[in-house]
Write a protein that binds this ligand. Structure first.
Ligand code: SF4
Length: 428
C-alpha cells in the first residue's frame, strides 16, 4: 500500500492554513482562528462548525477517571491494563484516531489478542468488501477537478454530509464543461462549487440497488422492457462522456450495501471499455479510512480483524461491534473517540475503557470503567489522517498545544503496563 503526504504546515495553525480533521475530505484550504472559540475561516461548513463547537480556545483540564472518580494518568493506565489483562477476548472499537494512534492501538491489540472494528464499520465494509471481491476503480479529488465532464451522484447529494465536496472538486480553469446528475437526491440549496456546472435531478428506478443494476445492465447493452426515459438518457450521457465519475455514500446504503458498491464498480468497468470512468466513495469519517488503512498495512487485512494469539482472523460480518456485544463474544471493550464527544461508546455492561474527547468523561462512570481524556489531532496536537481518496495522507497542525496525551501515547502506556502484568503472571 502506498501513501503520499500532501504538503502542509505541521506547526500551530492559528490564523493560517489548517487541515480540518472532521471529515475525510480533509479540507486544507481554509484557516482557523483559535479565540474566542475555534472558528473556521473561509468556509461556513456546518459539519466543521458543529465539530469545532466542542472545543475551547485552549487545552481542556479534564482528568482521567476510574469508575467515575478522578484518577491520575498512571493509575488510570494501570486500571485499563488490568481490564485488558483480565479479558479473554477484548474488542477495540470506535477507533476514531489518527495514524499514530491507530499504529499504537494495533500494537496494543497484539498484546492482548483484541478484535478491531471502527464505529462506522458497517459502512466501511461496503467499500472494503467490493474491493476484496471484484477490485475497484476509484478516483481522487484532483482527478475529478481536472477531468470529469459527468458526475453522477447516486442516492446522495454529497453535500449533506460532506459540505465542501463540490467546492473541492469544482472544475479547474482548463477542465471540460461538467454536467452533474443527482439520482434519487436533491441538490442542496447551500451547495457551493456547482456554479460552473449544469445540474439535473432524476428519480431512482426503484431503490438504489435497482437503479445501479438497471444502469449496469443498460450500459452493458442489455435490452429491458419499460425502461425509464430519464435512466435511458443518463445511460446515453454516460456512454458519450469522456470521464464519468459515480459518487456514492457508503453510510447511506442499507445492509448488504456491498452489493450496490460492486454494481457501481460493474458500471465503471463497463464504461472503461470504451471511455473513461471511476467511482468516488464518500465515507470513512471519524478516522475510519485511517484506521482501515493502518490496520491493512500492518496486518495485511482490513478492520474487523482479530489479532488473536492463534493468528489473524478477518470476519467482516461476525466481527461487527454490535454483533460482538449482543452475542457476548467479547468480554471487555476499549472505545476510542478522539475527535468528538458525540461518538460515545455503545451501551454495555462489559468492563469498559474509553480513550476519548474530554466531553466523554460521563460515558464511563459506572463500576469497572476507565476514562482517559485524549488530545484531538488537529486541535491540541499534530497528527496525520488519510483523505477520502485513499493514498493521500494529510498532516494535521494543532490550534493549541494540549496538556492531554494523544491516543498513541496512552495506548503505548497501556501496552507497557499490560506487559508488566503479563510478565508477573497476571490474569492472561
Ligand atoms: S467538508 Fe469536511 S473536511 Fe471540509 S471543512 Fe467541512 S468537515 Fe472539514
Amino acid at each position: 500500500m502506498t501513501a503520499t503526504t500532501a504538503s502542509s504546515s505541521s506547526t500551530a495553525a492559528t490564523g493560517r492554513s489548517w487541515t480540518c480533521p472532521f471529515c475525510p475530505l480533509s479540507c486544507d484550504g481554509f484557516s482557523v482562528e483559535a479565540a474566542p472559540r475555534p472558528t473556521l475561516v473561509g468556509s461556513d461548513c456546518p459539519r466543521a462548525a458543529a465539530a469545532l463547537s466542542h472545543f475551547a480556545a485552549g487545552p481542556s483540564s479534564a482528568t482521567a477517571r476510574i469508575d467515575g472518580r478522578p484518577a491520575d494518568h498512571q493509575g488510570a493506565v494501570a486500571a485499563a491494563a488490568a481490564i485488558l489483562a483480565a479479558s479473554r477476548q477484548p474488542l477495540f472499537a470506535g477507533l476514531a484516531t489518527d495514524v499514530a494512534g491507530m499504529r499504537a492501538l494495533y500494537r496494543l491489540a497484539n498484546g492482548c489478542g483484541a478484535i478491531l472494528d471502527h464505529a462506522n464499520g458497517d459502512a466501511l465494509m461496503h467499500s472494503t468488501r467490493a474491493l476484496q471481491d471484484r477490485g475497484v476503480f476509484y478516483t481522487t479529488l484532483a482527478e475529478i477537478r481536472n477531468r470529469a465532464d459527468l458526475v453522477v451522484c447516486l442516492g446522495t447529494n454529497a453535500t449533506d454530509h460532506y459540505p465542501e465536496f463540490f467546492r473541492r472538486t469544482a472544475p479547474a480553469v482548463d477542465a471540460p464543461e461538467r454536467h452533474v446528475v443527482f439520482v434519487g437526491a436533491r441538490v442542496a440549496a447551500s451547495a457551493s462549487g456547482l456554479g460552473a456546472c449544469t445540474t439535473e435531478e432524476i428519480g431512482l428506478a426503484g431503490d438504489v440497488f435497482d437503479t445501479a443494476a438497471l444502469l449496469a445492465a443498460r450500459l452493458a447493452g442489455r435490452r429491458l422492457a419499460g425502461s425509464d426515459p430519464a435512466i435511458e438518457a443518463l445511460v446515453a450521457r454516460m456512454l458519450t462522456a469522456r470521464y464519468t465519475v459515480v459518487v456514492w455514500e457508503s453510510a447511506s446504503l442499507p445492509a448488504h450495501g456491498a452489493l450496490v458498491a460492486e454494481t457501481i464498480q460493474r458500471i465503471v468497468n463497463t464504461l472503461n471499455r470504451t471511455t473513461r470512468a471511476a467511482a468516488f466513495c464518500l465515507g470513512g469519517g471519524d478516522g475510519g479510512y485511517t484506521a482501515n488503512q493502518v490496520t491493512t498495512w500492518l496486518s495485511g487485512l482490513p478492520l474487523r480483524t482479530g489479532v488473536h494469539r492463534r493468528g489473524l482472523v478477518h470476519e467482516p460480518q461476525r466481527y461487527a461491534t454490535a454483533q460482538l456485544l449482543a452475542g457476548r463474544t467479547v468480554d471487555a471493550l476499549l472505545w476510542v473517540s478522539a475527535f468528538s464527544p458525540e461518538l460515545a461508546p455503545p451501551a454495555t455492561d462489559l468492563p469498559l475503557v474509553v480513550l476519548g474527547h474530554p466531553g466523554l468523561e460521563t460515558a464511563a462512570t459506572r463500576p469497572n470503567t476507565v476514562f482517559i481524556p485524549v488530545s484531538t489531532p488537529g486541535i491540541g496536537s499534530a497528527g496525520h489522517l488519510f483523505r477520502a481518496d485513499g493514498g493521500i495522507v494529510l498532516p494535521l497542525a494543532p490550534i493549541y498545544e494540549d496538556t492531554l496525551p494523544g491516543v498513541a501515547e496512552v495506548a503505548a502506556d497501556i501496552a507497557a503496563a499490560l506487559s508488566v502484568v503479563s510478565s508477573e503472571g497476571g490474569a492472561r
